[in-house]
Design a protein around this ligand. Structure first.
Ligand SMILES: NC(=O)c1ccc[n+]([C@@H]2O[C@H](COP(=O)([O-])OP(=O)(O)OC[C@H]3O[C@@H](n4cnc5c(N)ncnc54)[C@H](OP(=O)(O)O)[C@@H]3O)[C@@H](O)[C@H]2O)c1
Length: 98
């Protein structure tokens, strides 16, 4: 199964990309901050993909970035759509997603 990680998927461009990437053999890891909006996105696509995982973290703070990486885990990510960009490069460089 493929794993796709999309940040900023709770609305706008990120949500639209998530909806385009839905497939039966795909696990979507969808990130946002707004729990209600993200739940609505996940519920709308849940029955059309293998699995949907909600990731709720504020990427404006270093702990939010590391918590996101921890929750994604060590299993490989096949595609990253970093719709919510991150300027905190030091925090990203200290962490690794295989
Ligand atoms: N839409 C366009 O036509 C267009 C065109 C050119 C460029 N852009 C640029 O593309 C970017 C996205 O546009 P959009 O229209 O998709 O924006 P949007 O609808 O406002 O969506 C922004 C997404 O980023 C998330 N986000 C924002 N700050 C965050 C933070 N600190 N931590 C975690 N998540 C955060 C939001 O999460 P929550 O809502 O859950 O908090 C939301 O999912 C923007 O920078 C925009 O300037 C957009």
């Amino acid at each position: 199964m493929k794993r796709y990680l999309i940040t900023g998927a709770s609305r706008g461009i990120g949500r639209a990309i998530a909806e385009k990437l839905v497939a039966n053999d795909v696990q979507l890891l969808l990130h946002g901050r707004d729990t209600v909006a993200l739940a609505e996105v996940c519920d709308s696509i849940n029955d059309r993909c293998a699995r949907v995982v909600r990731l709720i973290h504020d990427l404006a703070v270093p702990s939010g970035i590391s918590d996101l990486i921890d929750q994604v885990g060590k299993n490989p990510v096949d595609l990253l759509v970093n719709k919510r960009g991150c300027r905190n490069r030091k925090a990203l460089l200290r962490n690794h997603i295989d």
